[in-house]
Design a protein around this ligand. Structure first.
Ligand SMILES: Cc1cc2nc3c(=O)[nH]c(=O)nc-3n(C[C@H](O)[C@H](O)[C@H](O)COP(=O)(O)OP(=O)(O)OC[C@H]3O[C@@H](n4cnc5c(N)ncnc54)[C@H](O)[C@@H]3O)c2cc1C
Length: 393
């Protein structure tokens, strides 16, 4: 189905518009039928991720000195937006973009040389980021997975849940407690970040795939005496929580952009179908019960997109952007969900038929309000850190 390109969508510099066009071109090789099959068969979109890697776009944020494209967050966000806009799902690979930021900002020069050029060349995948645990979801500081130093290695025991892409990754970024919660003065202390090489695990690593609403290759991971060489500790022991917080703004901006991409996809589909489908002798899109909610969702998506570009520009200028990044993520994921709902309403019963892709995108876009961070926690951040209201978390 043709995708109308609005003037509004051409935000960004000339170079950024060229990135948009080029990613759009790449995505044309992966039409609805590709994503539909991958979803139905619960496959990993291997061919797509390989094409994206070959194009260099997956290494967008890796600096040129380590073999990457050295792009900014605005550029990277356009890449992910276009993937979702085309009907695809960036969730298959987006984590690599923000996960490697922890290595880039806090890793030693030796670690950067060891991992980043391989990731940029597509020989290494750093797609798994293990934070969430059954007893520590939104409350990350309550993680119980322990890494205990023994000589030149750490021994890891514990359990992670909802860890995506483990089976499609060579490396995992792992958050573990090196000092137990009740032995630290500040709850954010005593947490460390490691790179775990999944190709050569010593000890027992048990990966149990979860059966979820969407095709996300997400698993529970059990660690039993898993060994990690001490040289794979990122930065200083006990400071890992601050390292991952550093990456949150980038993550939120990228998720906002994916949401904008989804939102525009839903609007396109709703407009096309609403203009074509005739009931009671007129196109259903002429009815205000259909037309106005589409127009409303469209306005919300475009407003969220402005916030996303504002947050991204501030991030690229290295200015403070916590408020903007969180608002962009909140507004864009809500607008995408609003567009998903009106798109499904517009399609009526056909919205439930797999062949129209609306139900797939509907399921996929719902995730963006919950993961990688729930919108309630985004609101809690805005309420407390931006507005100064009492803390609830
Ligand atoms: C498909 C999928 C993929 C994922 N991939 C990864 C991954 O790769 N790596 C990883 O580490 N994690 C991953 N996650 C986990 C995800 O980040 C968490 O599910 C999410 O952060 C919420 O944690 P939780 O599910 O434990 O919810 P909980 O923390 O149990 O919270 C439940 C609900 O209560 C709300 N709540 C909690 N406290 C407050 C409060 N103070 N005020 C208001 N509301 C509150 C939450 O916002 C949420 O809506 C994934 C999850 C899914 C579903």
């Amino acid at each position: 189905m043709a995708q109308p390109t609005t003037q509004i969508e051409r935000r960004g510099t000339e170079e950024q518009r060229a990135i948009r066009d080029s990613v759009r071109e790449l995505c044309r090789d992966f039409p609805d039928t590709y994503w539909r099959k991958v979803d139905k068969d619960e496959e990993y979109p291997q061919a797509f991720v390989e094409a994206l890697t070959r194009s260099g776009y997956l290494a967008a944020l890796i600096p040129e000195e380590y073999g990457g494209a050295g792009m900014g967050i605005t550029d990277a966000s356009i890449i992910l937006e276009e993937i979702n806009r085309s009907g695809g799902n960036s969730g298959a690979c987006h984590a690599q973009m923000y996960t490697m930021g922890v290595v880039l900002r806090h890793g030693s020069e030796e670690q950067k040389r060891r991992y980043l050029p391989g990731i940029a060349r597509g020989e290494l995948r750093l797609q798994a980021f293990a934070v969430t645990e059954p007893n520590a979801g939104s409350e990350t500081t309550k993680i119980q997975t322990r890494a205990v130093r023994q000589g030149d290695r750490y021994i890891v025991n514990g359990q992670k849940i909802f860890i995506s892409r483990v089976k499609h990754s060579d490396l995992m970024l792992l958050l573990a407690r090196t000092t137990p919660y009740d032995e630290v003065r500040e709850k954010t202390q005593g947490i460390s970040v490691f790179v775990l090489d999944l190709r050569n695990v010593k000890g027992k690593l048990d990966v149990q795939p979860l059966d979820l609403m969407i095709n996300h290759h997400t698993s529970t991971v059990f660690f039993e005496d898993v060994e990690i060489p001490a040289e794979n500790l990122i930065g200083e022991e006990g400071r890992g929580f601050s390292y991952i917080i550093d990456g949150w703004n980038a993550e939120r901006i990228l998720i906002a952009a994916e949401s904008v991409g989804d939102g525009r996809w839903f609007i396109d589909r709703a407009v096309s179908y609403g203009s074509e489908r005739v009931v009671f002798d007129k196109p259903i899109g002429a009815n205000q019960g259909i037309q106005f909610p589409i127009a409303q969702a469209y306005a919300h998506i475009e407003a969220a997109d402005l916030m996303r570009f504002d947050a991204a520009a501030k991030f690229d200028r290295k200015e403070k952007c916590g408020a903007e990044a969180n608002m962009a993520k909140l507004l864009a994921s809500e607008a995408a969900w609003e567009a998903a709902n009106i798109c499904l309403t517009t399609y009526g019963g056909y919205g439930f038929a797999r062949d129209y892709d609306v139900e797939r995108k509907f399921r996929e876009t719902r995730l963006l309000s919950i993961a990688p961070v729930s919108n309630n926690l985004v609101l809690a951040f805005l309420g407390n850190k931006v507005l100064g209201l009492p803390k609830s978390y």
